[in-house]
Design a protein around this ligand. Sequence first.
Ligand code: NAD
Ligand code: USQ
Length: 446
Amino acid sequence: MGAPLVVERQSATSIVCSLGVAVSGSAQRRISDSGNLRGNAFEERRVSVKIAVLGGDGFCGWPASLHLSDLGHEVVIVDNLSRRRIDEELGADSLTPIAPIDERLAAWREVSGNEIGFENIDVAQDYDALLALLQRFQPDTVIHFAEQRAAPYSMKSPAHKRYTVDNNVNATHNLLAAIVESGQDIHVVHLGTMGVYGYGTAGMKIPEGYLDVQVDAGEYGTVEQQILYPTNPGSIYHMTKVLDQHLFAYYAKNDELRITDLHQGIIWGTNTPQTLRDERLVNRFDYDGDYGTVLNRFLMQAAIGYPLTVHGTGGQTRAFIHIRDMARCIQLAVENPPARGERVKIFNQMTETHRVRDLAELIGRLTGAQVQMVPNPRNESAENELHVVNDAFLDLGLEPTKLEEGLLVEVEEVAKKYADRADRSKIPARSLWTARQSEGVPQGQK
Ligand code: NAD
Ligand code: USQ
């Protein structure tokens, strides 16, 4: 094998590679596993960068942190563990028994030999600690997962609405302001949502963030512009991601921050190659009515013999992505930052769309589970079509993990393994969007 390529750590856009030149710390490590990607520049250059993962203890942040650490990047997780406290508030644990963060990190050190750092910081409240971390760690990239991410939780009460807005908008703004104050050239990769667009398509494919428009300017003729795709959020949570979008546009324009905003669909699956390496690395599996997302909920419900809770007619069409592809997309986003002064780079991070009732029927067929139409606790369109452009990640080499029986069964098996930890009373979605809605409780269940 030839001499490993190493890198002098500068800004992520101006990384200098050279053969055999020794540099400090983890920058010398070689990227060992590029997942399912076709060749890309980072892989060939074997570049290692410093990455702070805000929200790295969560459902997406944990497997993404392990994936990036496995690639040889130097990772520090920043998390205030608020999600674990919300488990206590709701009395609804992850179906999988997640280890405390220090055990998780020790297990990763044991199985991989890689160190992941941890900082307990409330990104929304403790600006000074966040700034100090940026100054001390000097990350090339900050990945921002640290938000309250459940739409039903955000709609439970005025207090939950206010918490979600305060937490999410402040977390994002603190990060952007701290980067400017630090004077560093840090690439921000933010986890946004497909839900900023709403789920109607106006008879077209939803583009990646920006829409070409022609405005009839009367005597001045037709004016052509590119604007952010008009937003239509369906919950207070989704609304916070719309507000984030405007913060990003402003800071990219005013301060030339380099920002990538990933408009992600609904994640399904639970394990990644890294979380499978030790029981103590197991990822969260949310199944309760607030945090459980539709496909994982259906698979868990099938595993424990609970009727599949289709809200309303189940005509809602949504975008999906498997958790392993999530981690690969994060890698691709880290490796392909926008240039300084460029507008926010927006990717639609999804691989396929499905109608809710089709998913329920498919899982019912596969497992013999009963499907039940329950009242829809949400104020949302009963039926919608959804067509989405996702060329950016495909062009960068993502090979999508499509919904297929084997993978569905794999998730159901995980749910079966931990079925004795399930609390059936936590399954129905009870958070109502308005007083007109009713709880999504199947007949015969409480
Ligand atoms: P999660 O709740 O499991 O993880 C979020 C993590 O952020 C938690 O560990 C939490 O403790 C931490 N956090 C929250 N507020 C914080 C704060 N103020 N300071 C420090 N840490 C804080 O959520 P997830 O499913 O991993 O989602 C991560 C991101 O991805 C979210 O922003 C979400 O909007 C987005 N996303 C998730 C999905 C999905 O299906 N799970 C889909 C699309 C987009
Ligand atoms: N649904 C059911 N039955 C259930 C649960 C949900 O029919 O038991 C329906 C909902 O009514 C909704 C659809 O399934 O129409 C999706 O609900 P979800 O809870 O799976 O997803 P959502 O609330 O949109 O939120 C999730 C994540 C969020 C992310 C979003 C991506 O929690 O963080 O932003 O997916 S997206 O949907 O593309 O906007």
